[in-house]
Design a protein around this ligand. Structure first.
Ligand code: NAD
Length: 425
């Protein structure tokens, strides 16, 4: 593990693990965290690397590298998504695993944190290759995951189908159907109603609270969304329905902008047909980097890490930064945003709707009794709104920004449980 640093210029800005540790150290310091507990909480519990041989469709074998980092179990089973991408690294998975621990603690649900990733390019793989990859990865992790151990979920480039394959593989080994081993499953396979939209809906709930707090109104609130996957497109659609003015959206190929507001359902329909926003007639093209610097009230990055850095933070014009993605802002950009007076809803709060609804799915699977969508959404709203106000109160009473407040609140909760449980020797 890298040693404690006290100068932000020393950390590699775009290494998400170092960004996460910088904020952790800062928050732990402000909390006066006991030095022994500090040592325990600043390292993951377990890091697993697996090499996954897969028969490709043309008959040759490819060996993929996969990770599962289980960061913390103090508050309950570890919980966190699995991502498939060519640029997955162990440091990225470590950061994402730690963020899951802090996120579950911020929204006060009984889970620790974990994350998984496989270095692969899903766009170049057939469905059957992806299925073989997923099943073998699951088999390699069979002793480490389970409803009471570690419960994976979807993340970038994985989806309900991936979760169904994991659930089936795990169940074959267990010789019984174990639905609660993963969340984010299809509804007919013991998934939860509302899970698919939960991260975007959670964003809407916390943005609504921030807008009220700052005395703004949805109709005059211009929103820019980066990323049009599960999180970005759901948030944009729900915010459009609520009366917000979505002025720009993008995906990995680029974005589009219309200062009069976009017809979001029409735009998403266009993207579904054309697989890109390019040439959408009712808007101007804009690059992903230009999009972040547009004049707006709410900026909602919902794509990937390291989008707002020390290089562009000065040019960000939003009043509210609602982090749909994990780690879209580097630690080096935090101070710049604070000096500019941007109201940040940090990722470990803003996008916690997904894991909160995953918690509901896990509860429903274990009960074998499934809730109506209205009940899911109502309970999600209760948790997101209460957590938003917990973080704001913490920020105000400790005179720190929202991000550090969220870290302090989370570390405090995990440290308390760790102290009460004690260290097993
Ligand atoms: P997704 O794969 O469904 O969509 C990702 C979107 O981002 C796509 O539109 C893609 O084209 C776009 N994109 C990727 N790289 C980009 C880049 N460099 N610039 C601009 N756009 C880019 O993924 P998702 O599930 O929507 O997740 C998005 C982010 O939200 C990730 O950081 C993920 O960890 C986080 N997150 C997801 C959930 C969830 O429930 N899905 C929950 C919490 C956090």
């Amino acid at each position: 593990m890298p040693a404690l640093v006290d100068d932000i210029r020393v950390i590699r800005e775009e290494n998400p693990f170092e960004s996460m540790m910088w904020r952790f150290d800062h928050a732990a310091n402000l909390l006066n965290l006991d030095p022994d507990l500090y040592k325990v909480l600043r390292v993951p519990n377990r890091e697993i690397t697996v090499y996954i041989p897969v028969f490709m469709d043309d008959g040759h074998i490819e060996v993929f590298t996969g990770y599962r980092v289980q960061h913390n179990f103090a508050r309950g089973p570890a919980k966190g998504g699995i991502r498939y991408a060519p640029d997955v690294t162990l440091d990225e998975v470590r950061a994402l695993a730690a963020w899951m621990t802090w996120k579950c603690a911020v929204v006060n649900i009984p889970f620790g944190g974990a994350k998984g990733g496989i270095i692969c390019d899903p766009a170049q793989m057939s469905q059957i290759e992806l299925e073989r990859l997923t099943r073998r990865y699951t088999a390699e992790l069979i002793d480490f995951i389970g409803p009471e151990r570690d419960v994976p979920a979807p993340d970038m480039n994985t989806n309900e189908q991936t979760m169904a394959w994991i659930m089936d593989t795990y169940s074959m080994h267990a010789r019984q159907t174990v639905t609660a081993v993963v969340t984010g499953k299809p509804i007919d396979l013991s998934g939860s109603r509302g899970r698919r939209e939960a991260t975007g809906r959670g964003l809407l709930f916390v943005i609504d609270e921030a807008v009220k707090k700052l005395g703004m109104h949805p109709a005059s609130t211009r929103v820019v969304v980066q990323g049009a996957g599960n999180v970005g497109s759901t948030a944009a659609r729900l915010m459009h329905e609520t009366g917000y003015k979505i002025v720009a959206m993008s995906d990995i190929h680029g974005g589009i902008y219309n200062d009069k507001g976009l017809d979001v359902p029409d735009l998403l329909n266009y993207q579904r047909i054309h697989r890109s926003f390019e040439k959408y007639p009712q808007a101007e093209p804009v690059s992903n980097m230009e999009l972040l610097e547009l004049d707006c009230e709410v900026l909602l990055p919902a794509a990937t890490e390291n989008q707002i850095t020390s290089h562009n933070a000065n040019r960000i014009k939003c009043k509210i930064l609602a982090e749909g993605a994990n780690g879209p802002t580097t630690a080096a950009a935090d101070d710049i945003l604070e000096q500019k007076g941007v109201f940040v809803i940090p990722d470990i709060l803003a996008n916690a709707g997904g894991v909160t609804c995953s918690y509901f799915e896990w509860v429903q699977d274990r009960m074998g009794y499934f809730w109506k969508e209205e009940l899911v959404n109502e309970r999600l709203q209760d948790i997101m709104v209460a957590s938003f106000h917990d973080v704001c109160k913490y920020a105000e009473s400790h005179n720190v920004n929202n991000r550090i407040a969220a870290y302090m609140l989370a570390i405090d909760r995990v440290a308390y449980i760790t102290r009460v449980r004690g260290i097993y020797a």
